[in-house]
Design a protein around this ligand. Sequence first.
Ligand code: HEM
Length: 514
Amino acid sequence: MLVLVSFFEYVLKHSTRSNGLKVLLAVSAYYVYKYRGHAIGARRRLDLKQPKGAVPLLGHLPLLASVPLDEFYEFLEKQYNEHGPVWSISLPGFGRMIQIDSPENFEHVVKTNFANYGKGKLFRDIVKDTSGYGIFASDGARWKFQRQLAVNIFNAEAFREYTRSVFVVVAKEVIGNLGKAADEGTVIDLQTLMLHFTMDTFGAVTFGESFGCLDDVNRKVQFAEAVDDVLEITVGRLQNPLWKITHRLDGTAKRAAYLNNLIRSYAQNHLDKRRQEGHHAKKNDFLQFLMEGRDDNDQLLSDELIIDNIVTFMIAARDTTAHALTWMFYLLLRDGSDPEVVDRVVRETDEVLGGEDPTYETHKKQKYTEACFNEALRVFPVVPRNLRICESDDILPDGTKVYAGEWVSWSSYVMNRSESIWGSDAKEYKPSRWLNTEKPSPSKFNTFHAGPRICVGQQFATIEALTVIGMIFQSFNLELEDPSRVPKYRPSLAFPMVGGLNVRVTRRFGGATL
Ligand code: HEM
């Protein structure tokens, strides 16, 4: 730093060029000095620890850019180990980001002082062209009425009906694909299968018809591919503070517009078709709920807001649940896993289902299977990192000051593996920790978030997962193609497994056949 300052002093003294250049250099020198050790726009915070490697103006951007993407959460974990439960980084565009790790600080941000921490304009800009002003990207009153609408969609009656007419029906197509792989002796990628499963269930609960992804698991479905591509672009924006410029230059902005148009037109066509059928056509799907939903002023939602929410629900529902299932199957089947865990799931499935299809009532009895699913979501939380922006100056329960405009961020991946939160076996996959004990609070098991914005689809995801897990184990034995492989993750909006999860399938003797 001193070398830099001396260099500027030297140039200013000896420059024979115009005064303009001198002024430019002086201004640059001022900013480099002002933002030494942190990013432009960020408040200087000597009271907070921060990783070494921050540079003037860019802060920790070069450091973060140097971290391999598939080791990002281990990098975060290392920082927590080195700096303790609160530390910070600064990034151009974002400013200061305070990293927290304790359930108490987390609960304060997402629940106790909820009104003071929003998603912020920066986040909204990133997702605006995809999920618009839907529930996910909104704050305040606009969020509140959409939340109420969403809560109304999910009730026991709806879950009973989804299980019967959607989850079981679509899971039967999963079983069909697995049966084909079993009979042909081929491997099948469970990750793709689960993504197609959750996509088709989403189609069925939203529009009353599946996307047909499971008709042929290897067939490309344009809509599903558009969603994948758009999510990748969104993640690229989160990682690139200059995305508004670079995406325009490299053509990504044009592609994003094309993809979003494709996705939204699909939803609009369904909406138009439903209107033509008659607004009160007896349908029991998300689309109908949204078409009949009303805002704060008792007005029906605009087409735009209906579509914003359809896209939001699809993004929130599809990859999260599919990836959670994929990681769970990996944890059950990998080398070194306890064979008693799978045996117990199979025994429970046989006892509870007795060879029949799952129902809303049988889910409640799949206690051990649910423990396996939740434990997978603990070890591999499919929303591994999150953040909020502080609206007005605040103090966290541990005394840390947060100033207006600063971000607070946490990683469920790191928190869920923390020994100080989960005990000395925190890193082990141990479904039994969920049995015979009180459920951990959402601030401790925070994969589904906590407070007023806790995931509205948690029960939906759990019931959907229990249906397909039960139906798979009812009929098949699964084996990983390579049980010794330790799969990597890809940072994304959810948490995909790099390279998928190839399994070999055999039919269970005496198992249900379809
Ligand atoms: C394993 C599966 C899932 C996980 C781990 C998960 C996790 C989360 C998390 C962490 C949030 C908070 C995001 C934030 O505010 O920053 C969230 C919100 C949300 N989730 Fe989920 N989710 C899952 C499945 C689902 C499903 C199946 C649906 C819908 C059917 C859904 C719908 C939503 C919605 C609408 C929100 C926004 C709620 C609000 O802002 O009030 N999620 N989810």
